[in-house]
Design a protein around this ligand. Sequence first.
Ligand SMILES: C[S@@+](CC[C@H](N)C(=O)[O-])C[C@H]1O[C@@H](n2cnc3c(N)ncnc32)[C@H](O)[C@@H]1O
Ligand code: SF4
Ligand code: SF4
Length: 339
Amino acid sequence: MNIQLIRRTAMQVYVKLAEILKFPCFIQMELTTRCNLMCKMCEHNRMAGGGVVNFEKFKQLFDAIIKANPLSRIFPKAMFFDLTGIGENLMNKEFLKIIKYMKSKNVTITFATNATLLTEEISKVLIKNRIDLMFISIDGATKKTYEKIRKGANFDKVKENIIQFTKLKEKLKRNKPKLMIRFLASNWNVEEMPMMIDLAKELGVNGMSITNMNTSPKEEYLKANKERFNELAKIAKEEGKKEGLEIDIGFSKKRPINQCNRAKNSMNITCEGFVLPCCFINQGGQYKEIKEKYNFGNVWETNIKKIWNSKAYKKFRKDIKKGLAPGICKDCYLYYPIK
Ligand SMILES: C[S@@+](CC[C@H](N)C(=O)[O-])C[C@H]1O[C@@H](n2cnc3c(N)ncnc32)[C@H](O)[C@@H]1O
Ligand code: SF4
Ligand code: SF4
């Protein structure tokens, strides 16, 4: 079954659930802002230092989330955690301990990785702990393009790591984690989009998710040309389908803001503990200011359920439903206000 379709359908169901349960079932968490790469388009380049959420701190928060949502006791699989932020999870030394603890509670886990640090040992832990879905970020079908964008990574080594991972999955007779390439289209790589299908086949992954780049207004020119993006995404989708790959294409046109499910059914927790409505605002060159100015509270200081049900956060969700753009959403590259 198409993983992205399940995710999207679930997101709508999750809007209703969040209202009924007075707490979201979809939580995005940033476990580190450290990274071993310096990708050209990433906010990481503008961030100083790097934070880490250690196991003890994480456990305290995770337990509070489980306690806050009654569904986690009845149907824990419905608790959906995406461990993606600005950083590379495997730079957090306690990442594997964290996912083992989460999986002991049977929740659903997804995350994105650059796959540069996937050793055989780490891959085994991820497979044996039944991580549900991993996005492997590969922004080029050729060594030249990939290494130009993903500064510090080695294309051949990354390919080797992924092939080793897919073979290990086969050997252990596991169908999880599902692996999706995440191809972030830009004007550096858009022409290589169809070639990514051959790469996906070679690596043995389940599919590819094609997304659009978010930039600061100054760097808008780095975005892939819209027409070329649409043309090539169509080709990639058709070719991918023939090969039995799941191809998901991110929104290429802005939508009315009242359709933003993320705002209504999920929360995004930064490494410093700030609660934001989503992760889509963290790549526009103003992450630090946004976190400090627009956060709804800090989970290291205030109970997370209290934050979700605070006056300010409730007003935010109401405004979105009415079609208004709250301050934090004013530069959103996915949705536009209708009022
Ligand atoms: C910030 S990374 C963190 C996880 C991991 N380090 C990785 O590269 O997959 C998460 C995702 O954001 C994407 N990303 C980076 N810069 C972006 C930008 N300016 N706009 C949109 N997505 C971006 C990456 O390609 C990656 O798929
Ligand atoms: S995209 Fe991922 S790997 Fe690249 S610099 Fe950003 S956090 Fe690191
Ligand atoms: S910034 Fe965009 S995606 Fe995020 S909550 Fe606002 S409208 Fe939704």
